[in-house]
Write a protein that binds this ligand. Structure first.
Ligand code: GTP
Ligand code: K
Ligand code: MG
Length: 492
C-alpha cells in the first residue's frame, strides 16, 4: 500500500496524469501519529506547485530540507534553499510556510513548500520528504480528514470542500462555497437545538408534569416549535432535487423532427463536433450525450434521433431511444426548421411533444421546454410569417449564429429554475445523504404525538434529532466518513 501510494504521488509529480483518481479505500483514520505529505496543487506543468505536510514531524522535515537549525517565523513566507537530505543536492529555491498547530488547516503542525512547478522539482521534493523518518505520502482526503477529526471542519463543510475541488462551473463553485461556509451545517444545528429544547420540555413534563411548579404551557410550546420545524423541513426537501441537479448536472435534451438542425445546435453549444451533421434526414440514431457548461450551469446535453414514424428498424430504435431520453429531461430544447413549419412532421411535433409539455401544470417536478425555430437565415422578409397560434419561441440560425445570445440567456433563466440559483435563497441540499437525513427527521416527527403517549413522543424527538446531528457529522460513524473522504484528491 505504502509503495503503491508513493508511486502514485511520484507519477503525478512527473507527468500530467490525473492524481484525482478515486480510490477504493478512504483515508486512514487519523490519530496514527504519522506525518503525511502530498502535492496539493494541480498536476502537470505550472508556475508554482504547493506541497504540504501535516503531523508532528512537519517542523523536523522543514529543518532537514532547509538544512537549518531554526524554524522560520510562523505563518510568514520565507525564501529558503531546499536540498535533498541524503545527497545534499540543491532541489529548488522555494517559499516555505510554517503553520504550528493548532492554527493550521488540519489543526496539526503543517508546512507548505511553494516550489517551482516543474515535474522534476516536484518529484525531487516529494522524494526528499519521503526519505525523512516518520513521513509518508498522504492518502486521498487525508488532510481534510485530519481537519475534520481536529474539529476544524464539520461534515457538511467537508462535503462543500470536496465539491469546491471538483466544481467545474461557476454555479457549482458558488454552491460549494456556500456549503463550505457552513450554511447548511448552521441551519441543521439550529434545527437540532429546537428539537433539544422540545425534548427537554417533554421530559420535564414526564418528570414533573403532576407538580404545580412547572410552567404552564410547556407542552404546547414544544408542540408549536416541532410543527414549525416540520414545515421548514418540508420546504427544504422540496428543494432537494434542484441542489442535486446543480451538483451532477441538469439533463437537457434536444429533440425535433429530422433535419431541424438538432445536431448542429448540440455542436454549437458544446463547441465541439459531438454529432454528425448532414443534409440527410435521419442522420442521428443513437443518443449522444456530452457534458457542457451552459451559462455557468453544469449540463448533460443529449442529441437524439429526429422524431418520425414509418422508417427502417434501426431508425425506429433511434426514435424509441429518443422518446425514452425525452422522459428523463429536466429541460427540453424543442427544435423546428423555421422554413418548414407547415410540414406534417413539424405539425405533428407541435401537436404532440410541445403541446404535452406545455399542458403540464407548473410544479417543481415538471419538465420545462424551450421552443427554438432554427434556420432563420432561410426566412425571407416577404415570406410567410410564423402561424399566430405558435407557442412562445426563439429564432435561431445555427449557420450564422444569429439568435445564439438570446438562446443562451433563455437557457440561463430556465436552468436557474431547474437547478435553483445558488447565490440566493436557502442553502440547497446537494447530496442524497442530506435528503435522507432530513426525510428521516421528518418521518420521526410524524410519530411525535404528545397527547397520546409522552414517552413515545420523546423517543420520536430523539430519533429526529439523531438524523440532524448525523447530517453534520455529530454522530459520525466511520462508514459515512469513509464514503465522503474517499471522494477526495490526494493532497486535500
Ligand atoms: N440554412 C441553414 N441550414 C442549417 C442550419 N442548421 C443546420 N442546417 C443544416 O441542416 C441540415 C441538417 O442539420 P443536422 O444538424 O444534421 O440536423 P438534425 O436535426 O440533427 O438531423 P437528424 O439527425 O437527421 O434528425 C444540415 O445540412 C445542416 O447544415 C441553419 O441554421 N441554417
Ligand atoms: K441530418
Ligand atoms: Mg442529428
Amino acid at each position: 500500500m505504502w509503495r503503491g501510494l508513493w508511486t502514485l504521488a511520484a507519477q503525478a509529480a512527473r507527468g500530467p496524469r490525473r492524481l484525482c483518481t478515486r480510490r477504493s479505500s478512504g483515508a486512514a483514520a487519523p490519530g496514527s501519529g504519522a506525518t503525511i505529505f502530498a502535492l496539493s496543487s494541480g498536476q502537470g506543468r505550472c508556475g508554482i506547485a504547493v506541497i504540504r505536510t501535516s503531523g508532528p514531524s512537519s517542523g523536523h522535515a522543514l529543518r532537514i530540507l532547509t538544512a537549518a537549525r531554526d524554524l522560520p517565523p510562523a505563518r510568514h513566507a520565507s525564501l529558503r534553499l531546499l536540498s535533498d537530505p541524503r545527497s545534499g543536492e540543491p532541489l529548488d529555491r522555494a517559499l516555505v510556510l510554517w503553520f504550528p498547530g493548532p492554527r493550521s488547516f488540519t489543526g496539526e503542525d503543517c508546512v507548505e513548500f511553494h516550489v517551482h512547478g516543474g515535474p522534476a522539482v516536484v518529484s525531487g521534493v516529494l522524494q526528499a520528504l519521503g526519505s525523512v523518518p516518520g513521513l509518508r505520502p498522504a492518502e486521498a482526503g487525508e488532510f481534510t480528514r485530519r481537519a475534520f477529526a481536529n474539529g476544524k471542519l464539520n461534515l457538511t463543510e467537508v462535503e462543500g470542500l470536496a465539491d469546491l475541488i471538483h466544481a467545474e462551473t461557476e454555479a457549482q463553485r458558488r454552491q460549494a462555497l456556500r456549503q463550505l461556509d457552513g450554511e447548511l451545517g448552521h441551519l441543521c444545528r439550529g434545527w437540532a437545538e429546537t428539537l433539544t429544547k422540545a425534548l427537554a420540555h417533554v421530559e420535564a413534563y414526564i418528570d414533573f408534569g403532576e407538580d404545580d411548579n412547572l410552567e404552564e404551557g410547556v407542552l404546547e410550546q414544544a408542540d408549536i416549535e416541532v410543527r414549525a420545524l416540520e414545515v421548514a423541513l418540508g420546504a427544504h426537501l422540496r428543494d432537494a432535487r434542484r441542489g442535486q441537479r446543480l451538483r451532477s448536472g441538469a439533463h437537457v435534451v434536444v429533440t425535433g423532427p429530422p433535419n431541424a438542425g438538432k445536431s448542429s445546435l448540440v455542436n454549437l453549444l458544446s463547441r465541439k463536433p459531438v454529432s454528425i451533421v448532414s443534409p440527410e434526414p435521419g442522420t442521428t440514431r443513437d443518443v449522444l450525450e456530452t457534458p457542457v457548461d451552459l451559462a455557468g450551469f453544469p449540463v448533460l446535453l443529449s442529441d437524439t434521433a429526429g422524431l418520425r414514424e414509418g422508417v427502417g428498424p434501426v431508425e425506429q430504435e433511434g426514435v424509441r431511444r429518443a422518446r425514452e431520453r425525452l422522459e428523463q429531461a429536466d429541460l427540453i430544447l424543442a427544435m423546428l426548421d423555421a422554413s418548414d413549419l407547415a410540414s406534417p412532421s413539424s405539425c405533428n411535433f407541435l401537436a404532440t411533444v410541445v403541446a404535452s409539455v406545455g399542458a403540464q401544470s407548473p410544479s417543481d417536478s415538471s419538465q420545462r421546454l424551450l421552443l427554438v425555430l432554427n434556420k432563420s437565415d432561410l426566412l425571407s422578409p416577404e415570406g410567410p410569417r410564423p402561424p399566430p397560434d405558435l407557442p412562445p419561441h426563439l429564432l435561431l440560425s445555427c449557420l450564422t449564429g444569429e439568435g445564439l445570445d438570446g438562446l443562451l440567456e433563455a437557457l440561463r433563466k430556465e436552468l436557474a429554475a431547474v437547478c435553483g440559483d445558488p447565490s440566493t435563497g436557502s442553502p440547497l441540499l446537494t447530496r442524497a445523504r442530506h435528503q435522507h437525513h432530513l426525510q428521516g427527521c421528518l418521518d420521526a416527527l410524524s410519530h411525535y404525538k404528545p397527547s397520546k403517549d409522552l414517552a413515545l413522543a420523546a423517543e420520536a424527538l430523539r430519533v429526529a434529532r439523531g438524523h440532524l446531528t448525523r447530517l453534520t457529522g455529530g454522530g459520525g460513524t466511520e462508514e459515512i466518513l469513509d464514503i465522503i473522504f474517499r471522494d477526495f484528491c490526494v493532497g486535500k
